[in-house]
Unconditional design. Structure first.
Length: 110
């Protein structure tokens, strides 16, 4: 029965199942404290992604829960949007001026 149980697992899951079976055996961490072996349960890349996600979530939760900070952020975002919109309008005007100059040169040369 044990062999059939292991056949159900694919590549990474089989290794994870073996780690879990050996947790109380010779692979148990020695002197690592209560949470010392938790880093062995997750691959390093996933644990880094989890910690990054937890930090971002903590930051977003803090910002959304603080009314004053949220107001300042919204005001800054509106100012940034207005600045970008004004810059884009200016670029459009410059492009229109250049197109008008090119059209005037082409009609005057012909």
């Amino acid at each position: 029965m044990a062999k059939k149980k292991h056949k159900k697992f694919k590549n990474g899951k089989r290794a994870a199942a073996r780690r879990m079976e050996g947790w109380n055996g010779p692979y148990a961490p020695q002197g690592a404290g209560l949470f010392g072996g938790l880093s062995n349960l997750l691959p390093s890349r996933r644990s880094e992604q989890f910690l990054l996600g937890a930090a971002v979530g903590l930051g977003v939760t803090y910002v959304l829960s603080d009314d004053e900070l949220r107001g300042k952020l919204i005001k800054s975002a509106i100012k940034l949007y207005a600045g970008l919109a004004g810059g884009i309008a200016e670029v459009k005007e410059q492009v229109a001026d250049i197109q008008a100059e090119i059209a005037a040169e082409q009609s005057g040369a012909a």
